[in-house]
Design a protein around this ligand. Sequence first.
Ligand code: AHR
Length: 325
Amino acid sequence: MKKILSLTLVLMLAFCFVACSGDGTTDDGLIRIGFAQVGAESDWRVANTNSMKETFTEAAGYDLQLVDCQEKHENQISAVSDFIAQEVDYIIIAAVQEDGWDQVLGEAKAADIPVILMDRTINTSDDNWVAWTGGNFLQEGKDAMTWLNGFLEEEGIADQPMQILHMQGQMGSSAQLGRTKGIEEGVAANANLSILAQQSGAFNKEKGKEVMESWLATYAGEDNLILIAENDDMAYGAIEAMEAIGIAPGKDIYIVSFDSSKLALQTVIDGKINCTVECNPLLAPAVKVIIDTLEAGGTPNKQEYVVEEFFDIKNAEERLETRQF
Ligand code: AHR
């Protein structure tokens, strides 16, 4: 019995010697990726997480460690610190907020771990990250306003004063900052548009519903209202709040939102959202190109924007079936 136990111990030690590297991480040939994800606040975010999981599989040669940071910056900082301590090969960040990254990214740089930014941009030295890929949030905000101006023309009401209820995303995130800037610039450029109220719905449906309920308590009797919600999920919440008191979304109150998920396209077809401006969450293939390039000793493009469009009643139907998220 003693002999069997000793033999087992020897075999276990031998296995550990072969399978474990000096720093305690597995040496199985997989590329180790630490991914600090914002959270699961929206359909977009879930689709983005799934895109990462489907692309960076073990079968494809990756060990993906995903941390849901529950929309908290401090959770992201500690996730990234853990990845540095584990000596992962790459760190990928979809940042909760733009600011507050200098120190931890300085540490990643000192540890020689390439940092790839996905979706959100951040305020830090360009030396602290190797590449970024995602959507152009400022352009999305501008596109929403261009679409709105055209729509008001077509409806024959471009000369009427219109009041905007502007529901913002998670404050301090590049998605919110970019879209808000594009929307505000568009409002400033059109004398018939004004912002009646502006508040964050944090990119999630429940908060969007709450904010809309409080706005309706004050403004339900106002004419010519437009809701601009900085993502589809908040628009869904707002639609529920409107319907609960007999207001027809998309008709009594026009609605513009962002992301363009399959559900949003269906909601456009149903006439409850007038336009949804695309933000593409299927970013993992572009991140993979960055990693493949680095693995091959090359230099990836510093910034890679994904192509985006918008959907309204003119094109939602024909695009619904092939929509991937
Ligand atoms: O950064 C992309 C934004 O974040 C999406 O518009 C939103 O749905 C998500 O939570």
